[in-house]
Design a binder for this molecule. Structure first.
Ligand code: GLC
Length: 430
């Protein structure tokens, strides 16, 4: 099998940047064969945090059968979405067939399909299989009428809160209520931080933006996918509120402007914060006594909204893709079928806190036991708001990341968003 795979090229270490050296071997297919009859394939995926690692799950697959051996290439965590994207684009654009299988953030599906890098999977996963998944996820995995990704997990933004600090108060449903409760918790000395979110100039800032703007009935793009709405009053008010959490209400530290998921999660599970906006993976960590000082004191709820608005959660999640240039199509399909199977999805949900994309697994009593909040928040997952769906998303997000970051730092919100509008309009029109 090894001779079918491309030879390493000089200089590739340089563009693989921070990826571990073991990864280079896997990308180039230079790993040794594990038994003559096994087809060797490489699987590249972002790294996830939980009680187990993706590598362990891959080993479960390797141990479950004797036809295929998968080498896992660990990419940076999903909070480094922009970097993970860049690594995959460089690799897929070479059309060398490696990695054979990869995982893709939901925001890359259109781009990878549009470029012809993701193998259409309709033949292998027909209508009878597709109906075993949530229809919205299947839709997100479909581009140009073809299924180009196989569902893995669904993510959505949510509000974590300290049940012990909330006492008899109701969980906040509006941002005003959250501000009052957060200020009271800080004032009483029970929490060092009222509310933590992610303002780093990175993909997660766009996720938080979708939620603040969406909860004020605003949007980045209109329903036609072309009209840019990011400088409408509703969006300007929402971004102003993001800044106000730091400068005016003083419920969020200045540090949130350089924090992504993990730096914002740590003070919360360390017992220093009242509220946290984050993804579903945090719950498992919050309940783990080895790393959390708030075990049994954490509730999860839909994010608050502005007056007259509705709670909005950003749609996230990763899905499997098969490299259109793979030389090991059958093995790759066998592997993604196993990875997306009910049993593996349940395992990812209970051990890594990644929400299933299959309704049957979502409703499984074993999931209710380990992740009770997931079933409670099922409408949040299923009603999550997508980021703009376009093959040019990689350009759109960079504009949003830099403009919103500038607005949060200097306070010229209207000006920054008007600039973003013009640049995004030019990108989506071309
Ligand atoms: C989460 C989401 C993903 C998002 C990323 C941003 O991993 O699942 O969709 O892009 O966070 O940091």
């Amino acid at each position: 099998m090894a001779e079918l795979l491309p030879k390493p090229r000089p200089g590739r270490r340089a563009f693989l940047g921070g990826v571990a050296l073991g990864s280079v071997a896997a990308f180039t297919g230079s790993h040794g064969a594990r038994g003559a009859s096994r087809t060797e394939i490489a699987f590249a995926s972002a790294k996830f945090f939980g009680k187990e690692t993706v590598a362990q799950v891959v080993e479960m697959y390797n141990a479950s059968q004797s036809r295929v051996h998968v080498t896992y290439v660990e990419l940076p965590p999903p909070s480094a979405s922009t970097e993970v994207h860049q690594l995959l684009v460089q690799q897929l654009a070479r059309q060398s067939g490696s990695p054979d299988v990869f995982t893709q953030d939901v925001i890359w599906i259109a781009e990878f399909a549009g470029a012809g890098w993701a193998l259409p999977l309709d033949q292998e996963f027909g209508a009878d299989v597709r109906k075993q998944y949530f229809p919205g996820v299947v839709q997100a995995c479909t581009w140009g009428g073809k299924l180009t990704a196989l569902p893995w997990f669904i993510d959505s933004g949510m509000l974590y809160y300290r049940t012990d600090l909330l006492g008899n108060e109701a969980v906040p449903e509006t941002w005003d209520e959250l501000v009052s409760l957060a200020q009271a918790a800080e004032k009483s000395g029970h929490a060092r931080f009222g509310f933590l979110w992610q303002g780093k100039q990175a993909e997660v800032l766009v996720c938080d933006l979708v939620e603040f703007v969406g909860s004020n009935n605003g949007a980045i793009l209109g329903p036609d996918g072309k009209t840019v709405m990011i400088d409408d009053d509703k969006s300007v008010q929402a971004v102003q509120f993001m800044r106000d959490t730091i400068n005016r209400y003083k419920i969020s530290p200045q540090d949130v402007l350089s924090w992504d998921e993990e730096p914002s999660r740590r003070p919360f599970t360390g017992g220093q914060a009242m509220f946290l906006r984050n993804w579903s993976y945090v719950y498992t960590i919050a309940q783990d006594p080895k790393v959390s000082s708030v075990v049994g004191k954490v509730g999860v709820a839909p994010l608050p909204h502005f007056p007259g608005g509705r709670s909005a959660a950003c749609l996230g999640g990763y899905q499997y893709g098969v490299n259109a240039s793979t030389k090991n199509r059958e093995a790759a399909i066998d592997f993604v079928r196993w990875m997306s199977s009910p049993a593996t999805q349940l395992h990812f949900a209970t051990e890594l806190g990644l929400a299933p994309t299959r309704p049957d697994v979502f409703d499984d009593p074993k999931l209710a036991q380990s992740q009770p909040f997931m079933q409670k928040l099922k409408p949040v997952f299923l009603g999550a708001t997508p980021r703009p769906v376009t093959p040019k998303y990689a350009q759109v997000t960079l504009v949003l990341q830099s403009s919103v970051s500038r607005a949060l730092a200097d306070g010229n919100v209207k000006q920054a968003l008007a600039g973003a509008k013009d640049r995004i309009a030019a990108i989506v029109a071309s």
